[in-house]
Design a protein around this ligand. Structure first.
Ligand SMILES: C[S@@+](CC[C@H](N)C(=O)[O-])C[C@H]1O[C@@H](n2cnc3c(N)ncnc32)[C@H](O)[C@@H]1O
Length: 272
């Protein structure tokens, strides 16, 4: 897929998912996101960039950790995600955050501006993640730190059938490089190549709980990057796709809840 098309699919796909994203992923992702924040080693007063912030699932916990003296900037390609995050900040009266629409591969931000740069589950969707990591390095100050979370290997992610189920009904591969960053040392190598030092990789697994078929379907089809492609399906095609997805996750139903396995990778590094 051409980079420009992939960017459009992502931008508008995530616009469509923005009302469903938290319903499908909020409690399921927090254990992995919490590990990312620990690895980022935030301290009160830090100035932090949250790249691909989405609705702010990670931005708001960062804002709490850096305190009133600190500051968080959240950026995302999707306008609707940014709108939602900004609305939430207003509702919760959180004043040390700001949000801006921006492409992670072209950050309109000054060099060395942040103490810490974070990316939670955004990089799998970029046409050129290496470029985004170089940008991440550029805006991290000397003495600063960066940390990124991505999904791990395809064979370890029990929800991965969603991609072929959607892709066989549309002409393009919705997320061509999705699992490549979390396979082997790819992400770590990109961090080293960008210039980061003391680069570390952690690989870990956890399960994603869904109590009903409906919850599992919302997260897979509406709460993620395939939302734009899925939206174009006819009603009976949607039902067939749901059925295929439910069959693919059936092994993880324990009689009360789906416990879908997921593997994650965190890479962190310092700018010295
Ligand atoms: C799975 S969500 C992650 C949201 C949030 N960081 C979290 O952990 O919940 C992926 C986000 O990446 C954003 N995204 C996709 N391509 C992007 C790009 N090229 N630049 C910036 N953000 C992008 C999407 O709009 C979406 O909000």
């Amino acid at each position: 897929m051409k980079p420009e098309l992939q960017r459009r699919v992502q931008r508008y796909g995530w616009d469509y998912s923005s009302p469903y994203y938290e319903k499908g992923w909020d409690k399921q992702l927090w254990p992995a996101q919490r590990r990312l924040l620990k690895q980022a080693e935030l301290t009160p007063g830090d100035s932090v960039l949250d790249i691909s912030c989405g609705t702010g699932l990670v931005t708001f916990p960062i804002a709490k950790q850096v305190g009133e003296e600190g500051r968080v900037t959240g950026i995302d390609l999707s306008e609707k995600m940014i709108e939602k995050a900004a609305e939430k900040a207003d509702e919760m009266n959180i004043t040390n955050v700001s949000f801006e629409q921006m492409d992670a591969e072209e950050l309109a931000l000054d060099d060395a501006r942040f103490d810490v740069t974070i990316n939670s589950l955004g990089m799998m969707y970029y046409p050129n993640p290496e470029k985004a990591i170089t940008e991440m390095y550029r805006v991290t100050g000397v003495g600063g730190r960066a940390a990124a979370l991505v999904w791990g290997r395809r064979s370890k992610c029990g929800w991965a059938e969603i991609f072929p189920i959607v892709d066989k009904r549309v002409n393009t591969d919705v997320c061509p490089l999705f699992f490549s960053l979390g396979t082997g040392d790819t992400l770590q190598d990109h961090f080293i190549k960008a210039g980061f030092n003391q680069v570390e990789l952690q690989r870990f697994s956890m399960t994603l709980p869904y109590s009903t078929n409906e919850e599992a379907i919302i997260s897979a089809f509406l709460g993620g990057a395939v939302a734009m492609a899925y939206r174009k399906f006819e009603e009976d095609e949607k039902k067939k796709a749901h059925q295929e997805y439910l069959e693919s996750i059936q092994p993880y139903w324990d009689g009360k809840v789906y416990e879908i396995p997921g593997e994650f990778v965190i890479v962190s590094g310092n700018r010295i």
